[in-house]
Design a protein around this ligand. Structure first.
Ligand SMILES: Cc1ncc(C[n+]2csc(CCOP(=O)(O)OP(=O)(O)O)c2C)c(N)n1
Ligand SMILES: [Mg+2]
Length: 653
């Protein structure tokens, strides 16, 4: 490294070391090891403007190795982002500091995504890179032409999601994507040789990536590799051989520099070794100014971009604007007119048909179940290698990466991703779903075959505890519509929830329509609403969701023959119902003493509505392989059984 650049890199190192030491917690090793690489990247290559962290055409820098968060905070502070002050760095890992333990996405701060669960950042970066390609086609390459850099460590690359995401990125030839692999051969338990003997070159080249191996402390090699990327037709891994904890006499190259402060003594020794004469957190003006000069370059680049943008602004805004209301309304009118039995996955396809007839920013996809999830419409075009004119992604059988990629698509700017798989495989998506919720992203998960109602595929495919588990995730709307009208309304909710991801839980089997009148109001927004009552004076409230609303209606009508009068409440969303006023909730729940819930899944999540004295019908076992009506019968989800249990229940209480 040139002396001046070594000093710049050391500024990153010492801010990181000092912050971890002060917090008495964190990971100094990675920032120390990768400081040289990122210094060359930020100084000579990265296109960014700290004065406008949201600049649409900035390069995206994703820190997949989120444990090295101090590397990112140091860079953002040094280059002049307002979001990160020296004070916040001193408050690293303290309550409400933007310098959280792991980077937490916040718009307009330079923190592009939330990372920490290893490997997620790689899938986000693939999403960013796909978004860049799609938007370049939509808006023109004078408006969008940026790169995506992702810094990933050994851990990220051991995770399954890295295999899925990189394989798809290679297939799609995402030449705008560059991975900086911190190839330090150390993870928490010790040398990576304890657990890995992959041939990285062969692995990545077989995906269709370039593989460049460099010394991550050699400026010339770093520079040359980053320069080479520009001409590539493929994504590139720059495998940077680095020393974790670089500069630490006793801890460099060892796992001991990974996850805990170096200790005061060792910090002094590093200061000596790297010839850093400054006090804790002190970055002398001449060094800070050099970093700020690097940051300031971006203003100029953005302002010349702005000239082009201003000319095209109206057209761009038009392209990026969505207007779904008209299609939603006309579909709702149609649903009432046609009044047809159909699977809610089919209803969802009809909604998508209407939505995709016109241009918008929806980007659909499925993990190899397009036909089963009904996610692809005849109006959509497939995204292919070297052709990003389309709006539909065949993710392949890669559920986890699909969801991480959708997070990246949503984070990039204006795209609205939706992607399908079977509800049972939400388990393969969970870590990314959780992050969509944490980051407040509008990602729409189309999850079909949502119960034992899928029938013959049996217990491995029949979701039981999935709805309950998903409902436990904060800021996630789990939407389980009961017919076509509700499916349309749930889609409308998902599209309008700009800060909340949605799960659309949809059936394989047919459902009878429950809504016979057109309503301008989106009733599903209430989360739960009355759909039927068999008398003015009722004794019983029956709550049900999705496919079981039909069953609840049948039960309610038949109970009336025994003079047990009831109301049926359709509950498309627990979360939205919880948001309603006390009086609304009370009107729905507390009209009767007797309360019943019916849902073909785990029972527990209904307790909060029906109380200890309520009666739940559901399933607490792993499903069965048989035609679906037989499976429903087997688990007691049949009108006769429910009626007889309700009769006993009312007698006994
Ligand atoms: C999914 C997941 N599993 C486990 C962890 C805990 N963890 C954090 S860092 C780490 C080791 C990472 O090793 P590497 O990527 O090589 O980072 P380095 O030690 O080189 O900085 C582990 C296991 C995690 N953050 N995410
Ligand atoms: Mg490592």
């Amino acid at each position: 490294m040139k002396k001046e650049n070594k000093i710049l890199a050391n500024a990153v190192r010492f801010l990181s070391i000092d912050a971890v030491q002060k917090a008495n917690s964190g990971h100094p090793g990675m920032p120390m090891g990768m400081a040289d690489v990122v210094t060359v990247l930020f100084k000579y290559f990265l296109k960014f403007n700290p004065k406008n962290p949201s600049w649409l055409n900035r390069d995206r820098f994703v820190l997949s190795a989120g444990h090295g968060s101090m590397l990112l905070y140091s860079l953002l502070y040094l280059t002049g982002y307002k979001s990160i002050s020296l004070k916040s760095i001193k408050n690293f890992r303290k309550l409400n500091s933007i310098c959280a333990g792991h980077p937490e996405f916040e718009a307009n701060t330079g923190i592009e995504t939330t990372t920490g669960p290893l490997g997620q950042g790689i899938s986000n970066a693939v999403g960013f890179a796909i978004a860049e390609k799609i938007l370049k086609n939509k808006l023109g390459k004078d408006i969008i032409n940026h790169k995506v850099y992702v810094l990933a460590g050994d851990g990220c690359l051991m995770e399954g999601i890295s295999h899925e995401a990189m394989s798809l990125a290679g297939h799609l030839k995402l030449n705008n994507l560059v991975m900086l692999f911190d190839n330090n051969s150390i993870s928490i338990d010790g040398p990576t040789s304890l657990a890995v003997s992959d041939n990285y070159k062969k692995r990545f080249e077989s995906y269709g990536w370039n593989y460049l191996l460099i010394d991550g402390h050699n400026e010339k090699e770093i520079f040359k590799a980053l320069k080479k990327v520009n001409l590539s037709k493929k994504p590139t891994v720059i495998s940077c051989k680095t020393k974790i904890g670089y500069g630490s006499p006793n801890k460099s190259g060892k796992a001991s520099s990974h996850g805990s402060p170096l200790g005061e003594n060792e910090v002094s020794l590093v200061r000596k070794k790297l010839n850093w004469k400054y006090k804790k957190f002190e970055i002398p003006n001449n060094i800070l100014n050099q970093w700020r000069t690097i940051g300031n370059k971006g203003s100029k680049i953005e302002s010349s971009w702005n000239k082009i943008y201003k000319r095209k602004k109206n057209r761009i805004n038009k392209i990026l604007k969505n207007n779904f209301s008209k299609s939603i309304r006309s579909e709702k009118i149609n649903a009432i007119k046609e009044f047809k039995s159909e699977a809610s996955r089919k209803s969802s396809e009809l909604v998508l048909n209407a939505l995709t007839k016109n241009k918008n920013t929806l980007v659909g996809g499925s993990a190899d179940l397009a036909g089963s999830n009904n996610t692809k419409t005849k109006y959509q075009k497939i995204i292919k290698p070297n052709n990003f004119l389309g709006n539909y992604i065949h993710y392949g059988v890669r559920e986890h990466a699909m969801c991480g990629i959708m997070n990246g698509l949503a984070l990039h700017s204006k795209l609205i991703p939706y992607g399908g798989t079977f509800l049972i495989f939400s388990d393969y998506c969970k870590p990314s779903i959780r992050l969509s919720a944490m980051m407040k992203l509008r990602v729409i998960y189309v999850m079909t075959h949502d119960s034992i109602g899928l029938g013959e595929d049996g217990p491995t495919h029949q979701p039981i505890e999935q709805l309950s588990g998903l409902r436990a995730i904060p800021n996630l709307n789990v939407l389980r519509p009961a017919d076509r009208t509700e499916t349309i309304e749930c889609w409308e909710i998902a599209l309008r929830s700009s800060a909340t991801p949605s799960i659309l839980s949809l059936t394989r089997q047919n459902l009878n329509p429950i809504r016979s009148e057109y309503s301008k109001i989106n009733k599903c927004y209430f989360g739960a609403y009355e759909i039927l009552r068999t008398s003015n004076k009722i004794k019983l409230t029956i709550l049900a969701s999705g496919s079981e609303v039909n069953l609840a209606i049948d039960v309610s009508h038949k109970l009336a023959k025994y003079k047990i009068y009831s109301k049926v409440v359709s509950v498309p969303s627990h979360e939205l119902f919880e948001l309603q006023s006390k009086s609304y909730k009370s009107k729905i729940l507390n009209e009767t003493r007797y309360k019943v819930s019916i849902e073909a899944g785990s029972l527990d999540c209904w307790k909060k509505f029906i109380g200890e004295n309520g009666l739940s019908f559901g399933i607490n076992a792993f499903g069965k392989s048989a035609p679906y009506k037989d499976v429903y019968k087997h688990f007691g989800l049949k009108t006769e059984n429910i009626i007889s249990k309700i009769k006993k229940y009312i007698k006994s209480k």
